[in-house]
Design a protein around this ligand. Structure first.
Ligand code: NAD
Length: 370
């Protein structure tokens, strides 16, 4: 039996199905959404090589045919050129307003294909079949879609909720360990921002999760999705509480920009380092004890994750330049940087009341340790 989290959004509720082997059963979940027995699927080359035929067979078992487009893997694919390619291909496939587009891959594919679906014929429905840990616990739920531009990450996009999310936890087994751990950065984030008991649980179960324990993986995805769903239902378009999900992202996005959105630093790695820095900043300005950042860092280290700026290979810009990169973040309001800080593990809050001097001090010290 799989687990189900219901995302009770008034304008369009949907289910997130979580469990091993869902690709093989995909037809039975997707069929009720279809007006005709055909879907179009957009994936990336890595995911397609490993799992596309399982998905095809799962859909075919309910008589659903499938056409697929495979894009190059990697963050660089979340761009204008690939968006154009997706939309033109969907039009070539004669996708109609009543059809369903399937995003089959990690967060890159989910964000890009969700955005393509949102603009195609002024919006067609789409199904998320997330295949990375990051996508299963975070990006496939909540309806944020978009691409990057040379101005920064996720600066162009739309809120477009999926009609269904199928998170097959068995496919996590083919992820590269580094990609799995990057996704774990977002799992830890949930504990840190609002659920200290979940963080305690992760301290105990994290190693089993990384080792491939199926039941622990299902439980970690379920709890993460439940938490995200609860927050999204209360604040769909990020007028307030949803911003908490950006814990670690103001630092993380600046580091991603500084490393050129390249393989030097994956998104989830940036989030993990960013969470450690957000707790460091919180401790320095007296919001939380010094023990909290130490505990965060210790857990990330135990999991074999990047924790410090010293863990990023190659040159980094100086503290002033990193602060400048934070200024491009979407979370800037009227020129004021907004940070997610914490009073303790599980007690994060949003604030615009952070002095640049304090942020610079944290960045300078972190750079000095490299
Ligand atoms: P990704 O999509 O690039 O996937 C990471 C790598 O894993 C890729 O090489 C991919 O081909 C590979 N992969 C995926 N599933 C696999 C599998 N089952 N087996 C083997 N390889 C597999 O990156 P990601 O970490 O999944 O997502 C990062 C993106 O998500 C970023 O662009 C970020 O901005 C976005 N994001 C969006 C939201 C949101 O709310 N929309 C939230 C968090 C992150």
């Amino acid at each position: 039996m799989n687990e189900r989290v219901h995302v009770a959004l008034p304008g369009g509720a949907y289910d997130v199905e979580i469990g091993p082997g869902l690709l093989a059963k995909s037809g039975s979940f997707v069929a009720p959404l279809l007006h005709r027995p055909r879907v179009v699927v957009i994936s990336d080359e890595n995911v397609a090589a490993l799992h596309l035929e399982t998905l095809r067979a799962g859909l075919a078992s309910e008589g659903i045919s499938m056409e697929a487009l495979c894009l190059p893997p990697g963050e660089g694919t979340k761009c204008w050129a690939e968006l154009t390619r997706c939309v033109e291909w969907l039009l070539d496939q004669q996708v109609e307003r009543g059809d369903v587009v399937v995003a089959f891959g990690g967060g890159v594919i989910g964000d890009l294909v969700g955005f393509a679906a949102s603009v195609l014929r002024r919006g067609v429905r789409f199904v998320q079949i997330p295949t990375s840990l990051l996508a299963q616990v975070d990006s496939s739920v909540g309806g944020k879609t978009g691409i990057n531009t040379h101005h920064g990450k996720n600066l162009v996009g739309a809120f477009h909720q999926p009609s269904l999310v199928l998170a097959d936890t068995a496919v996590l087994g083919t992820l590269e360990p580094r990609d799995f751990l990057a996704g774990y950065g977002e799992v830890v984030k949930y504990g840190l921002l609002g659920d200290a008991a979940f963080f305690d649980w992760l301290e105990q179960k994290g190693p089993a999760l990384a080792d491939g324990n199926g039941a622990v993986r299902v439980e970690a995805v379920r709890r993460s999705v439940q938490m995200k769903a609860d927050i999204v239902v209360r604040d769909e378009t990020e007028q307030g509480e949803r911003a908490l999900l950006n814990l670690g992202h103001t630092f993380g996005h600046a580091l991603e920009a500084a490393t050129g959105y390249s393989n030097r630093l994956l998104h989830g790695e940036g989030v993990a380092i960013g969470c450690a820095m957000a707790f460091e900043l919180s401790s320095r300005i007296g919001l939380c004890s010094q023990e909290a950042p130490s505990r965060v860092r210790a857990h990330l280290r135990t999991m074999g994750m990047k924790v410090d700026l010293a863990d990023i290979e190659g040159d980094l810009p100086d503290a002033d330049a990193l602060l400048g990169l934070m200024g491009q973040d979407k979370k800037v309001v009227e020129g004021q940087l907004r940070f997610i800080l914490a009073r303790d593990i599980g007690e994060a809050f949003v604030t615009g009341d952070v002095s640049k001097t304090d942020v610079l001090a944290v960045l300078k010290d972190a750079l000095a340790q490299r």
